[in-house]
Design a protein around this ligand. Structure first.
Ligand code: AMP
Length: 500
């Protein structure tokens, strides 16, 4: 089944309801969006693209993003949504690797795309050529098999080259349906606010939300601005939003965003949310939070926590559940391998990596996706993520999970962000180092942070060294690059060894 069928269905059953909006302005009803998409699809096919050809999209969040994505599917092509924050060199790699036949990009991305010197054709959304495409005779939706490639999802690549996870129409349909069974039950008249990149986290939310006919709202600024978001919470009904934990924190602590308005649910994911931050978020906005744990290779679908589960855990003081990644979603099974690695199999799991049999064989073994994440499942079926195995610190033979130390440091009012890594140590193998970003205008001394750790965790886990920094290194998706922090530590050790 072709995912674009949901759009065709909405055009029939709710033609005049708002489908796409920029800020508070509706820019298309479902009938209009479906007509635009069918015409764009006709235009794309008119370019002579073969069925299944890959079309890259490089754009910030815009209404055209949603149109382009559905037009690609309607035409029987495959989408390659790429993060607009990638470097031109990284984009060039993805264009080449996916053998993209066409690159659709926004005006703001024109220079970066040109710098990437793509071999394929490019087309700027909104340009005259694009308008011509959009004026083509509409075509009927192409057939798509469950197993056909829909979305080539380049992994964020905190290490090594990005890999293209092949997500099929069947994978994404299972993912969309699972949202309503396992995460939340938004009302059909609601809205989804795309404040995170549509090339990644937020784009996936388009699928369940188009399925039930929620208005796709793109902030007019095109990015995450807490005051603007709060205004949109007031304007649109029953609003759902996906946010990374850092965005949740920025939002709930922003003076201009005190009122949650018609916010229904913020679903967080992509990284762990510290319990202290979740408690603060609940204090500000109430029980309007749900969690998803997934990865590009099984998008939105490994485990999760509903709003009700979070509310119950918060009221009963079940911090273990609040700190966990919840229970397995209904379309997957989870197994913990002997070495602690979380393995998943089910309908949402990718078909493999695009043109990379070696990486596919490493990731998919005996039908199980090896996530690279480490975790535990308790008797209740609750999955708790430990750190990725390469992030684990082994000091004096003892295992130290950075997350546990970060949870403690994060409770200090002066700490804005923290990341704990292992640094080489001649005596202990590794020693614990904490990189700390302090909140503007509030101070914390090393002695204070040390006392906090001594009061809450075993002595051997506390950082031996603190490095107060202005910012933490992050990748294009905002994930902290522990690899880079470890390299800095290595450099410190080498510099130290050279001094007599
Ligand atoms: P990506 O493939 O870029 O979406 O990154 C997926 C990775 O982000 C996962 O393998 C986890 O390491 C991490 N992640 C995603 N969701 C969560 C979550 N809810 N809690 C903790 N870590 C998460």
């Amino acid at each position: 089944m072709n995912l674009a069928a949901h759009l065709v269905r909405n055009a029939a059953r709710m033609p005049d309801r708002p489908a796409l909006a920029l800020g508070t302005q509706t820019v298309a009803t479902w009938a209009q969006m479906a007509a635009q998409v069918a015409a764009l699809a006709g235009g794309l096919r008119g370019l002579g693209l073969d069925r299944g050809a890959r079309i890259a999209i490089v754009a910030e969040n815009t209404p055209d993003y949603a149109r382009a994505l559905y037009a690609i599917w309607h035409a029987g092509l495959a989408a390659v949504p790429l993060n607009s924050k990638l470097h031109a060199k990284e984009l060039a790699y993805c264009f080449d690797h996916s053998e993209a036949a066409l690159v659709l990009h926004s005006r703001d991305m024109a220079k970066t795309v040109a710098d990437a010197q793509p071999r394929p054709n490019t087309m700027q959304m909104g340009s005259a050529a694009w308008q011509a495409l959009a004026a083509a005779p509409p075509i009927a939706m192409a057939e798509a098999a469950t197993d056909d490639l829909a979305w080539l999802f380049y992994t964020s690549g905190t290490t090594g080259k990005p890999k293209g996870a092949m997500l099929t129409h069947g994978n994404l349909l299972a993912m969309a349906l699972s949202y309503f069974v396992d995460i939340d039950s938004p009302s059909p008249g609601g809205a989804i606010l795309h404040a995170a990149p549509m090339s990644h986290g937020s784009g996936l939310y388009m699928l369940p939300m188009v399925l039930i006919g929620n208005t796709q709202v793109i902030p007019a600024s095109g990015h995450f601005d807490p005051a603007e978001i709060a205004g949109l919470f007031r304007h649109w009904p029953d609003v759902t939003m996906f946010a990374a934990p850092t965005m949740v924190k920025r939002l709930v602590t922003h003076d201009g965003a005190r009122d949650p308005g018609n916010l229904r649910t913020i679903v967080w994911g992509g990284a762990p949310m510290y319990v202290a931050d979740l408690e603060l978020a609940i204090q500000r906005y109430g029980y309007r939070f749900a969690q998803l744990y997934g990865q590009g290779e099984s998008p939105m679908c490994i485990s999760g926590l509903t709003r009700a589960a979070i509310e119950a855990a918060h009221k009963t003081g079940d911090t273990a559940l609040l700190a966990s990644a919840g229970t397995a979603q209904s379309v997957v099974e989870i197994r913990i391998a002997e070495d602690g690695e979380i393995c998943v199999r089910g309908q949402s799991v990718m078909k493999g990596y695009w043109r990379d049999p070696a990486a596919t064989a490493r990731a998919l073994r005996d039908g199980w996706l090896h996530t690279g994440d480490v975790g535990e499942i308790d008797a209740r079926g609750v999955l708790t993520l430990k750190d990725r195995s390469k992030d684990l610190i082994i000091s004096g033979g003892s295992n130290i999970y950075p997350r546990e130390v970060e949870e403690v440091l994060q409770t200090h009012p002066a700490v804005a962000e923290v990341s704990v890594v292992g640094a080489p140590d001649a005596e202990w193998g590794e020693q614990v180092v904490a990189y700390v970003v302090l909140r503007a205008g509030i101070a914390a001394t090393q002695a204070e942070l040390d006392a906090l750790c001594l009061a809450q965790i075993a002595r051997f886990k506390r950082p031996k060294r603190y490095r107060f920094v202005a910012a933490l290194p992050k990748n294009a998706y905002g994930k902290i690059l522990k690899t880079e922090l470890r390299m800095q530590e290595q450099a410190h050790v080498e510099a130290g060894a050279k001094t007599p």
